[in-house]
Design a protein around this ligand. Structure first.
Ligand SMILES: NC(=O)c1ccc[n+]([C@@H]2O[C@H](COP(=O)([O-])OP(=O)(O)OC[C@H]3O[C@@H](n4cnc5c(N)ncnc54)[C@H](O)[C@@H]3O)[C@@H](O)[C@H]2O)c1
Length: 259
């Protein structure tokens, strides 16, 4: 495929390396700061981002930018009609708006807070474990995540999805509470806590804890490569499934649509 990368930071560079190794051509790298990007645009000029993608002749887009830029980028990119894979986190509250835009513009977007294949399997394991453990009321459950100190949003999008999977499995947990909340958690509250330190690429743990023992399920990313490879696989599969008619245009998809 001919791929345009919007956001040419740590992830953008890693995706370029993976995409090339997987036999794709990276026809544009678009950023507001990175001097080695093929297209430098002014911050906030989303029309220029879309124009650069259009001029590149790309047949797919991968967007990994910043929580403050992602909605502007998606609003400009989705109407181009190319499959757009979006890895930027921190915009879960605006998903309904992007879903509407996909429908009204017949554009296609796949978003995931975590494109690693391992994490997507971890989600399934967590949901099943939460279901099994919820039969034993002595076991409480909590979610913890750690990321590098340059990460702009907290909790991580992955931690929120892990927490949603816990709540799918354990119906007694109906609310999430985050970090310091200065009171005892209520029985229906699921504590989700975050640590920002050093250069951790991403660690997520689910604790099941009883007076007698503790079970910890952990997914630990070793590098950004798993996310980068996964985002290229997502674009390949999204484009192929649309071409084959098993997925349709005009929708916002998630990784679960591929597995
Ligand atoms: N979904 C996943 O699997 C996954 C994995 C890792 C990181 N992330 C997320 O991806 C995002 C990027 O992470 P990163 O580590 O590459 O960050 P980074 O800060 O290294 O890079 C982000 C780049 O986006 C650029 N940018 C900002 N606004 C832009 C705009 N309007 N147009 C084009 N470029 C713009 C910045 O200048 C920067 O170079 C973050 O939200 C992070 O949480 C997601």
């Amino acid at each position: 495929m001919k791929i345009a990368l919007v956001g040419y930071g740590k992830m953008g560079h890693m995706i370029e390396t993976c995409a090339k190794a997987m036999g794709h051509e990276v026809v544009a790298t678009i950023d507001v700061v990175s001097k080695d990007a093929s297209n430098l645009v002014a911050a906030g000029d989303y029309a220029a981002v879309a124009e650069a993608v259009k001029n590149s002749g790309a047949d797919g887009v991968i967007e990994f930018s910043h929580p403050t830029a992602v909605l502007g980028n998606l609003n400009a990119l989705i109407p181009l009609g190319l499959p757009v894979v979006c890895g930027t986190t921190g915009w879960a509250k605006s998903e309904a708006e992007i879903e509407k835009l996909c429908a009204s513009s017949n554009g296609t977007c796949m978003r995931s807070s975590n494109f690693s294949i391992g994490v997507n399997m971890f989600y399934k394991i967590v949901e099943e474990a939460a279901k099994i453990m919820s039969e034993y009321s002595e076991y409480d459950v909590a979610v913890w995540e750690a990321h590098h100190n340059q990460k702009a949003d907290s909790p991580s999008g992955t931690a929120l999805e892990v927490a949603r999977r816990v709540m799918n499995g354990n119906k007694s947990k109906t609310e999430m509470v985050f970090d310091a909340f200065h009171e005892k958690p209520k029985a229906n509250e699921l504590h989700v806590s975050s640590t920002r330190v050093g250069s951790v690429p991403g660690t997520h743990t689910v604790f099941f804890d009883s007076p007698a023992d503790s079970i910890e399920l952990t997914h630990r990313a070793r590098s950004r490569e798993g996310f980068a490879r996964g985002s290229v696989v997502a674009l390949e599969k999204l484009a192929a499934k649309i071409a084959a008619g098993s997925l349709s245009k005009g929708k916002l998809y998630g990784m679960s649509d591929l597995f």
